[in-house]
Design a protein around this ligand. Sequence first.
Ligand SMILES: [Mg+2]
Ligand SMILES: [Zn+2]
Length: 235
Amino acid sequence: MKSLFQATDLYQYAVLCDFDGTISEKDVTDTLLEHFGNDTCIQLEKQWQEGMIGSRECMRQQIANMDASLSELDNVLTTIRIDPAFSKFIHLARNMHLNVHIVSDGLDYAIRSILNRYGYDFLPVYANRLLHNQQRGWQLEFPYANEHCLKASGNCKCQHRQKLFGFQKVFYVGDGTSDFCVADKVDLVFAKDKLIDFCQQRGIQYYPIQDFGDVAAILPNLIEEPVENYCLSPA
Ligand SMILES: [Mg+2]
Ligand SMILES: [Zn+2]
C-alpha cells in the first residue's frame, strides 16, 4: 500500500500546508469561539498569549466551553472561505506530483467540512480531533500531540515532518505560531504574517507570500534548484 509519508518514483516532493490563516481566510477556531465560546474562552486565550499555557491546553478547555448544536456549528463553517488561489496550487500539485499534506493545530471536522465544500476532500488532513456529544457539548482530542514539542501544540508539526521519508525536498506553507516548530526542519518555507518575522529572526530560508497564487508561481522555479542556490532575502 502506498504510504503518504514515503516518497515514490513519481512523488519526490512534499508540501506541508497549514490550514487556518493559510488555506482558510479566517481562523476557524477563533471564528467558532466568537460564536459559541464564553468568557472563560477569552481568559484562556490571554493565558496562551502570555505563555502561561500551551495551545493544546488552551484549545482543550476552550472547546470544552463551547455551546453549540451540530447544525449551528455547521452553519458557521459554511461562512468560512478559503484562499481563492488555492485551486491554482492544487492544480500545480497535481501536474507536478507534489505530495500535499494539511497539518493543522485546528479542528479536523471543521477543516474537512470546509475542504469538502470546495471539492478538496481528497487532501489528507492531520489535525486535532473534534468530537460532539450529540447535544451542545464539544471535546477536543490530540492524536498527534508530542510531549517533547517546544510549542506544546495540540498537533506537533515537527513530528509530522519527521515521519516524511525519502523526499528530495519538503516545502512548508504557513502563517503563524503553530508553524514555528517545523519551520527550521524543511527545505523552504513559504511564509505569511507572523511566520515571516519568525523566519527572519531565526535565519530560516523562506519566501514571503500573499497567497497560494505566489506559491504556485514560485514553486516550479525552485523545485529542481539545489537548496544551496536558494537566495532568499527577497526585496
Ligand atoms: Mg495558521
Ligand atoms: Zn513540534
